[in-house]
Design a protein around this ligand. Structure first.
Ligand code: SF4
Length: 345
């Protein structure tokens, strides 16, 4: 894999103001993404996972400036994305595409697939007008659809086919990075596998880079090179797929992993059920944001925010934001309270 840094995110924050009072002043903020830093290398797939409300989709939208970030830096292929004016940002979107969760909502119901694909090429001016009909046919075949189906409307396709059209639209402008925002979450398991395989195939053929946003680790297992786990607007663990799956360090990641179904009915696994809901991002818990649900929490966790860090037994690049990584791993730091239930399933 190439080690060229394609996307660098530094201290990204996305706050949404809450207005109140007679004058509609900002009375508080929803801290959807709060100081997030990571890098994606060219040709790799980095997945961002976490429960809903953890800030993963907001991170994707902020990178593309679909919502204007509150603070931080986004550097794409050496360009300061947040410093671009509207015209240059539009050009930049040729290289940074997004596929949404709901393919139906993201396609114009009054446009045929052909019109949708041609429109994307038109905006970015990527294919000469005379070649666009051929390019549409090529794209349809690339994503496993028939060229003649390009003259149909979105409602004439199944969910899986519509997601293929979403992929074709993203590919139509020859991007370098595709942000897949819950791109397979609404699909049946078998269709999910087909779409994931398709994405993988394009990556190999076109050296594409993916930021893959999903709410469960099971889905990203096969497609990811590295995984970022987010909780309440912050990264709590980052590492390559093998390290995260084989050697998770953060109590939250362990709980997420324990929820992945095991295909063998004879194999008993321990499922960690976290108690309580994800707290509000308007007034997140002090210190470690996970302390209200973490079975290992102490006073220190309430008072001090843990930084992402590694220990010498962790493989390169694997980091977790927990005060007691080593102590929990060795069994030295025991659960301090029963905020989760471990059950044999
Ligand atoms: Fe749990 Fe404390 Fe670690 Fe946070 S820092 S994950 S609350 S043990």
């Amino acid at each position: 894999m190439s080690q060229k840094e394609l996307l660098k995110i530094n201290n990204l924050k996305q706050y949404f103001p809450i207005k109140g009072g007679v004058f509609g002043r900002t009375v508080n903020n929803v801290k959807a993404v709060d100081d997030v830093t990571f890098t994606i290398y060219e040709g790799e797939t980095v997945s961002v996972v976490g429960e809903s409300g953890c800030g993963k989709s907001t991170t994707g939208r902020a990178i593309l400036r679909l919502d204007e970030p509150t603070a931080g830096e986004v550097e794409f292929d050496g360009t300061n994305v947040l410093g671009l004016n509207k015209k240059d940002m539009r050009k930049m979107r040729k290289d940074m595409q997004i596929i949404f969760q709901d393919p139906y909502a993201s396609l114009n119901p009054r446009q045929t697939v052909r019109q949708t694909l041609v429109e994307a090429m038109d905006i970015q001016n990527v294919v000469p007008k005379k070649d666009r009909a051929n390019r549409v046919s090529e794209l349809m075949e690339t994503v496993g659809l028939q060229p003649h189906q390009a003259d149909r409307f979105p409602h004439e396709f199944s969910g899986g086919q519509r997601q293929r059209i979403g992929i074709a639209r993203a590919l139509s402008v020859d991007p370098k990075l595709i942000i897949c925002d819950e791109a397979v979450s609404a699909l049946d398991v078998s269709i999910q596998a087909q779409v994931l395989n398709l994405l993988k195939k394009f990556q190999d053929e076109m050296n594409l880079t993916y930021l893959f946003i999903a709410h469960d680790l099971g889905v990203v297992r096969h497609i990811s090179d590295r995984i970022i786990v987010m909780y309440l607007g912050k990264i709590v663990e980052i590492g390559d797929k093998k390290s995260i799956f084989n050697n998770p360090q953060h109590p939250y990641t362990k709980a997420l992993l324990s929820a992945i179904p095991v295909p063998d009915p004879d194999k008993k696994t321990e499922r960690i059920f976290l108690q309580g809901d994800v707290p509000s991002p308007i007034d997140p818990p002090s210190g470690c944001r996970f302390h209200t649900r973490c079975p290992f929490a102490t006073e220190k966790c309430v008072e001090e925010t843990p930084e992402l860090r590694d220990e010498d037994y962790m493989d390169g690049g694997h980091q977790a934001a927990c005060h007691y990584i080593r102590e929990i791993e060795s069994g030295e730091h025991k659960p301090t309270r029963d905020t989760s239930k471990v059950r044999q399933v």
